[in-house]
Write a protein that binds this ligand. Structure first.
Ligand SMILES: [Zn+2]
Length: 201
């Protein structure tokens, strides 16, 4: 192997994110930060640095977190959202305690906007471009709340791989999306059914 190809492999490994953005919704993607690999649950939000990385990949701009911020709040909101989304995907009633937690984080949302003038044209833009941890959790809670009160909630599905815990909004026209990703669960299912069929024949 040449040095150049070795460098390319190292760079492409670093570029591969540990986060999935396949849920078609920010709050759903947030709950997908916990996934299954080789049969074990993988926690990708071990600390606030991980969350900072996730927010940046999700297109949110975080300000430096303060010393009093804790990953526990992030996990508390995610746990409640996951409970709500799983209940919705299973057509069960939404648990009150989890709703209460989301309502608590919704209080952190700041909608403050300011008028900006560029070339004599007016634009509204958020006052806070970089968000504190509280405001970030408020933004995620708000995305979740909008989904929970919308008819789109019926599009929330589990990946059809029973060993996968990822969720997604099926925004496909046919509403027949089955897999979190064709590259992983979809292809694995195809390969398994191909193997079974070849054994039968
Ligand atoms: Zn899957």
């Amino acid at each position: 192997m040449t040095n150049l190809s070795r460098i390319i492999i190292v760079v492409s490994m670093n570029l591969k994110s540990k986060y999935n953005f396949l849920g078609n919704n920010l709050a759903v993607d947030f709950t997908n930060t916990e996934h299954i690999a080789h049969g074990d649950v993988v926690e990708t939000l071990q600390n606030l640095n991980d969350f900072y990385q996730w927010t940046s990949e999700a297109g949110l701009e975080a300000e430096a977190f303060s010393k009093t911020d804790s990953i526990n709040e992030v996990i508390e909101l995610r746990t409640s959202l996951k409970e709500l989304f799983v209940s919705a995907a299973d057509d069960n009633s939404l648990p009150d305690k989890a709703l209460k937690t989301v309502n608590h984080y919704l209080l952190n949302r700041s909608e403050t906007q300011q008028i900006k003038k560029i070339d004599n044209k007016m634009f509204l833009e958020p006052k806070y471009k970089r968000l504190s941890l509280k405001r970030l959790l408020g933004v995620i809670a708000h995305e979740a709340a909008q989904l929970l009160v919308s008819p789109q909630l019926h599009q929330l599905k589990h990946c059809s791989n029973t060993k996968c815990i990822l969720l997604f909004l099926d925004t496909s026209k046919s509403k027949k999306r089955r897999w979190c990703s064709m590259d992983t669960c979809g292809n694995r299912a195809k390969a398994a059914s191909h193997y079974l069929n070849s054994k039968k024949s």
